[in-house]
Each structure stands twice: as structure tokens, then as C-alpha cells.
Ligand binder design. Structure first.
Ligand code: SF4
Length: 722
């Protein structure tokens, strides 16, 4: 509906929170966002969730950084105290020239301290999935050229790295095969390890509509979350037993002859190997492991295989495990042996979390690949990047860089001495956050670009105040591979400046001949020859997937799905229709064997901890904890427990509990939830005052280097007197 208040102007943009990518309109009055309305975008058709509709006033928070800051000589870096505070305790104000000179000088000093480059380089960078495609692209270019290393990564490592590793291996591409709204064409919707009603709410609304229309929804998750009310079957499996459950389903499909024989013959490789492997996983064998009865496994497997169109959607519950790649391998196999891919209403959809994690990954913010996932070890890809970036042949290294957790470990070990962090908050988001904070504190030189003094920024030497999303124009790519443009609606406060401008200024100070002439105030025009438009066009020259998407076209059409080969190509919403982008054109079936989580409960730490998000808060909370409506709805950190588990531990709802792991301890209030599995705790990771990641396990998936933040062992006790 529309509001009675009349805005001074309306500006079209995209929601800055989740990967659904809802289009919205900012109504601006007196230089501030007055309210937000949903727009008729392809992903949302006017719908918005509570975050998109009410989570905008973080941009007007009094906590915004408005001047560049330089650390005071008398303010030591204290990894044990990174809580929100007055910046004056740690920093002094500086001019932009002074701060940028200090930022560049620190990197030069680190680079001069050792001849090591490439993986062993003393410098590295974390970019952001909350920035624009253009910002992500420039950031990885800066690290790869001025820093001479591929040590550049971002939160995709903590998110879908394992899904992408399995998809690249299996089908030759890490992107979704079908858009989220294809649930409307599905007869069976299989959602596993995801809580879309909270984390992709508008996406969940399309699923609920599909169920009303007659689709069967299967929700597989250790927690019985809200979407379970709409499910035909809810599979509340034991945490960590996903591979056993999925192998059980594959066993049923293979032994009962429910495979799509023609698809298997024409479009896959290694079926016989998979068939032999899953022979050992009869439903009766896996049922006690995963806590789902054998008949239910059979019924779901049969329905998945025989429906006219079955789609699989998954989230962090699948990927954030030391066996995350194996989980995704099983999902790919499920889709392939049944031929449930390549048509509307079928396929594989790893639900992207952040608004631009797809775009930031596409733009090359990953240590192993250039834009469009071209391997840094591929000589032709290096030569192409050197040509587009006007570098001498042989400048770019062939060795992939370090990943997020590896970079943090290298900083802890003092191999890495200097870091540039754009809009990420590893002091909150990284596993074993106490260790991550100590690693950041040990750096000789840490430069952070952000809109708030985050927990990470409190450990910085130089803090550069950046623009919030409504303060700049740029593109983002949602979970559907849809590139969308957001326009500047507000002026940034004080001297805050656009991240892309900051990156160009640092590059120039480090001797790079960058001539985009990006506007400091976040404005951009449809001109493809200058500013953000020129960045987009350069990126496009390196990315065949968006070859047909020029900056003026994006400006005109506002939303275009890739792959898009030429300017007249409408883009392709469903891919893999007749072949896979692998060397043989076929998909590879890779068997997976269940392995236990890296740390299992024992007498000292008898419960399982699951971490995640909640509807009102976003990731490390730096934005939503400062959005007044959202923080009023969920102001306090809590631990959710099954009522039986809470009673066993002597805990009352609303009381205080202390949660300990081998790595840290937090205190928070107790919430009882009968959707929780027994002897299992859930803590959202948005609260700095009780940071869930102080507890989590940094054990890595061997293939994807993603950490097991979805599973570790904890002990919980009541806080006396609370
Ligand atoms: Fe924003 Fe996601 Fe909510 Fe849409 S569903 S309004 S993109 S948070």
C-alpha cells in the first residue's frame, strides 16, 4: 500500500540484506529515508520481508563513521575487548589525504619487509559480499596487481564454498541451475539445511504459495523451523548425518529402478561407481544414524524421483560442515540420477545468503580464480587478465592464494603483516573468533573501510569511512544470477566516501595507473566510459557470462539474468538444458562416505551447538542492530533449547545461561523451542555481547576450506542468581 506522507523523491534500488534480491523504492524526505516500498522486481513482485521494509535507518545511525581515523599511539590493540565504544578512545581524526597516505605507506612497508610474493606474501585483503559488483571487482584487482598476491577472499568462504567446490567438480559451474521462483513450477520442493522463512523470507513466501497450489514440500533440517508447518514431510535428522540420509535416498532410487536411465546414460559419468557405493546405505541401515525412519526415507526418495519436476534448495546447514562438499555431492547426485535438472521447476539452487555474495564471487573475490571463475593457474586466463589490466606478460602469479581461515592463521603466525578489509567483520564472523581477533591484533598494519566502527575496525590502524548502500549507485547479483542496479538515494554523512573511490585512491598511491575517476560521493551515470560504468565495462570484458550485458543496458533494463551472450540475448533463467559446462559436457557423479563432525559431544562438552541467523538480524549485526525497528523486535542474544533439554540443565525460559566450548564462553538468555532437537543449542551470531563465533570450531572441509560453524560441542549451565 502507499503512505499518506509525500516524499521529496523516490529512488529505485535493491534490498541490501539477503540474496533473494527484492527490488524496492526508497521514499526520501528531508535527506532521509522516510519509508520503503516493494517494487515489481523479478524476484519479489512487490513483496518485502521485515528487513527490507523496516531495516533502513542504520544509514542514519549516529554511530556512522564520518571522518577518516588514525589509531592513537597510546591505544594498544586489545583482542579481548572489541566491543562497540566511542571511537575517540582509540583513534584521532585525520584528513582523507593523511589517512590514505598512511594506509598506502603501511602496505608499502610490509611489502618491503620481505621479497616473498604470491601465497607467502606479507599482505592480503578481505573484500565484501555487501558491496557492489564494481567494488568487489576493483578490490580483487587491487590485491592481485598492487599487492602482487591472490591472497584475497571474502565471506563466500564461510558460506557456500563447499557447495561451489562440489558443483564445479560435478557440473562445471558453481551457479544455480534454476531461479528460486521456479518452486512455482515444481511438483516437489526439497529444502535441506536452510531456514528460508527467516533467512530468505520472500523466497519462502513463493514456496508457501506453491504448496497452496499443490506442490509437495519436503523440509530436511535438524531444527523444525517455521516452514515445517507447510511441509508434506519434515525430516528432522540428527545434526551432521546428512550424507547418510541422502545416501539412503540414493539407495532407494537406484535399487528400485527409479533413475532416469536415458539421462544417466547421455548426460552423466561414473554412475556404476555411485550405484556400487550406495548399495551399502539401505534405509534400515541409515535410519538409526540419521533418526529418520526407513519408510519415510523411502517415501520421500520415491516422490522426489517420480515427480514431474523436483527442485533442491539448500543453505548453510549443508555447506558449513567439515563434510560440506560431500553433502553437496549427494544433492548433485540426487538431481542427476533422477534427471531432475535442465527443465523449469527442477534443478539445484544453493540459496545465496548475502545480497551480493553471488556477484562478489563472479567478480573474482576468491583466491583461486579471476572473474568468471577462470583459474589463476590457467596460463590463458592470466594472459587475458594481464592484457585487460595492461600489465606486462608474466606479472600475475600462477599459485592460488590463501583462503579466509588460512589468511587469519597466517596473520596469527605473523607471515601476513598487513591487511586491507573492505566491509567485512571477521572479528565476529570467523570461527573461533577469539583466535581471529588475536590474529587481527597481531598485524603491523590493518586498514578497514566500513560504515561503522565494527569489532574488526576497533583493531585497525587506519579506518576509512565508507558509504552505505543507499548512498551509491552500483550493481549487485542475486541468488538467481540476476544482475540488478541500485541507485543513490542519499548523501553520505560527513566525509564518508564511496568504497570504489577509496580503492582507486589506494591503488594510485601504490603506483597503479587507474583512471576510472570514480566519484567520491557515490554517484554514477549511464556512461560506460567513465566512473562506475567504466569499471563495469572492464569487468564485462573479462567475463563471458555477462558479455551481452553492457552498462547502458543494465541501466535501462534494471535486471538481467546471465548467461547473456550478446546485447539482444534476453538471458537464460534455466541452464544445463542440454549439456553441462564440463570438458565432456556430462555431469560427474561423486560418491560420498559419511564422516563424523570434527568435534563431537563428550562428557565435558555434552551438547551440540548450531549457529545461524534469525529473521530480524543480519549476520554480524553491524547494520540491523542499528536499525531501530529490527533491534526493538530482537534486542537480546539468546540460546534456544528444547524444553526437555532446558529442564534437564535446570534452565528456565528467560533465565541466563553460560555456554562454553573449548574455545570460548558467552552468557545469554534462554529461549525454549520445541522445534529444537534434544541436547542441541542454537545461537544466532549477530550479537557482539555474546558472540556465537567465540565458541565455534575452525576445523575445515578439506576440499573447500569452509569451517564447521554449524557443529561443535558445548557445555551449558545456569548463571547463579539469574
Ligand atoms: Fe530483503 Fe531478502 Fe527480505 Fe527480500 S527477502 S526484503 S531481499 S531480506
Amino acid at each position: 500500500g502507499s503512505y499518506a506522507r509525500v516524499a521529496d523523491k523516490t529512488v529505485d534500488s535493491v534490498c541490501p540484506y539477503c540474496g533473494v534480491g527484492c527490488q524496492l523504492t526508497y521514499h526520501v524526505k528531508d535527506g532521509k529515508i522516510d519509508h520503503v516500498e516493494g517494487k515489481q522486481g523479478p524476484a519479489n513482485e512487490g513483496r518485502l520481508c521485515v528487513k527490507g521494509r523496516f531495516g533502513f535507518d542504520y544509514a542514519h545511525s549516529p554511530d556512522r563513521l564520518t571522518r577518516p581515523l588514525i589509531r592513537r599511539a597510546d591505544a594498544p590493540k586489545d583482542a579481548t575487548n572489541v566491543m562497540r565504544r566511542d571511537w575517540k578512545e582509540l583513534f584521532r581524526e585525520a584528513t582523507w589525504d593523511e589517512a590514505l597516505d598512511a594506509a598506502a605507506a603501511g602496505f608499502q612497508k610490509a611489502l618491503a619487509s620481505t621479497p616473498e610474493r604470491g601465497r607467502a606474501s606479507p599482505v592480503s585483503g578481505f573484500g565484501s559480499a555487501k558491496g557492489t559488483n564494481e567494488e568487489a571487482y576493483l578490490f580483487q584487482k587491487l590485491i592481485r596487481t598492487a599487492f602482487a598476491t591472490h591472497n584475497v577472499d571474502h565471506c563466500t568462504r564461510l558460506c557456500h564454498a563447499s557447495s561451489v567446490a562440489a558443483l564445479m567438480e560435478g557440473v562445471g559451474s558453481g551457479v544455480v541451475s534454476n531461479p528460486l521462483r521456479d518452486v512455482e513450477h515444481a511438483e516437489l520442493i526439497f529444502v535441506i539445511g536452510a531456514n528460508p522463512a527467516q533467512n530468505h523470507p520472500v523466497g519462502a513466501s513463493w514456496m508457501k504459495n506453491a504448496v497452496k497450489r499443490g506442490a509437495k514440500l519436503v523440509l530436511a533440517d535438524p531444527r523444525r523451523t517455521e516452514l515445517a508447518r507447510h511441509a508434506w514431510k519434515f525430516l528432522g535428522f540428527t545434526p551432521g548425518s546428512d550424507v547418510a540420509l541422502l545416501n539412503g535416498m540414493l539407495h532407494v532410487i537406484v535399487t528400485e529402478g527409479l533413475t532416469d536411465a536415458a539421462f544417466v546414460r547421455d548426460r552423466t559419468l561414473d554412475f556404476e561407481q555411485l550405484k556400487a557405493h550406495v548399495a551399502d546405505f539401505a534405509p534400515e541401515v541409515v535410519a538409526p544414524v540419521c533418526g529418520i525412519d526407513a519408510n519415510t526415507i523411502r517415501e520421500v526418495a520415491r516422490a522426489f524421483a517420480t515427480s514431474k519436476a523436483s527442485i533442491i534448495l539448500w543453505g548453510m546447514g549443508v555447506s558449513q560442515h567439515s563434510h560440506g562438499t560431500d553433502n553437496a555431492r549427494c544433492l548433485i547426485a540426487l538431481s542427476m540420477v533422477t534427471g531432475q535438472i535442465g527443465r523449469p521447476g527442477t534443478g539445484l539452487h544453493p540459496l545465496r545468503g548475502q545480497n551480493n555474495v553471488q556477484g562478489a564471487s563472479d567478480a573474482g573475490l576468491i583466491p583461486m580464480v579471476f572473474p568468471d571463475y577462470r583459474s589463476v593457474s590457467d596460463a590463458a586466463a592470466r594472459a587475458h587478465a594481464e592484457e585487460v589490466w595492461r600489465l606486462s606478460p608474466g606479472t600475475l602469479g600462477a599459485q592460488p592464494g590463501l583462503t579466509v581461515v588460512e589468511i587469519i592463521n597466517a596473520a596469527y603466525d605473523r607471515q601476513i603483516r598487513a591487511m586491507l578489509i573492505q566491509g567485512e567483520n571477521p572479528a565476529m564472523s570467523d570461527p573461533d573468533a577469539g583466535h581471529a581477533r588475536e590474529a587481527l591484533a597481531r598485524l603491523d598494519h590493518l586498514v578497514v573501510q566500513d560504515i561503522f566502527l565494527t569489532e574488526t575496525a576497533s583493531l585497525a590502524d587506519v579506518v576509512l569511512p565508507a558509504t552505505a548502500w543507499p548512498e551509491k549507485t552500483g550493481s549487485v547479483t542475486n541468488t538467481d544470477r540476476c544482475v540488478q542496479i541500485g541507485h543513490k538515494a542519499l548523501n553520505a554523512p560527513g566525509e564518508a566516501r564511496a568504497d570504489a573511490w577509496i580503492t582507486e585512491q589506494i591503488a594510485r598511491r601504490l603506483g597503479q595507473d587507474w583512471r576510472y575517476d570514480i566519484h567520491a560521493d557515490g554517484t554514477a551515470s549511464d556512461n560506460p566510459a567513465q566512473g562506475i560504468g567504466a569499471v563495469f565495462e572492464e569487468m564485462r570484458a573479462l567475463m563471458p557470462s555477462i558479455a551481452g550485458l553492457s552498462w547502458p543496458r543494465l541501466w535501462r533494463e534494471q535486471a538481467v539474468v546471465y548467461p547473456v551472450h550478446d546485447l539482444g540475448d534476453p538471458g537464460q533463467a534455466v541452464v544445463f538444458t542440454d549439456h553441462f559446462p564440463t570438458p565432456t559436457g556430462r555431469a560427474r557423479l561423486v560418491p560420498a562416505t559419511p564422516t563424523p563432525p570434527a568435534e563431537v559431544p563428550d562428557a565435558d562438552y555434552p551438547l551440540v551447538l548450531i549457529t545461524g541467523r534469525q529473521l530480524e538480524h543480519w549476520h554480524t549485526g553491524s547494520m540491523t542492530r542499528r536499525a531501530s525497528v529490527l533491534d526493538a523486535l530482537e534486542p537480546l542474544p539468546s540460546v534456544s533449547l528444547h524444553p526437555t533439554t532446558a529442564a534437564k540443565l535446570g534452565l528456565l525460559a528467560g533465565g541466563q545461561a553460560r555456554v562454553r566450548s573449548r574455545r570460548g564462553v558467552v552468557t545469554l538468555s534462554v529461549r525454549v523451542d520445541d522445534g529444537m532437537p534434544l541436547d542441541t543449542a542454537f545461537i544466532p551470531f549477530a550479537y557482539a555481547e555474546a558472540a556465537a563465533n567465540l565458541l565455534t570450531n575452525p576445523a575445515l572441509d578439506p576440499a573447500a576450506k569452509i569451517a564447521e560453524v554449524k557443529y561443535c560441542a558445548v557445555a551449558i549451565e545456569a548463571v547463579e542468581g539469574a
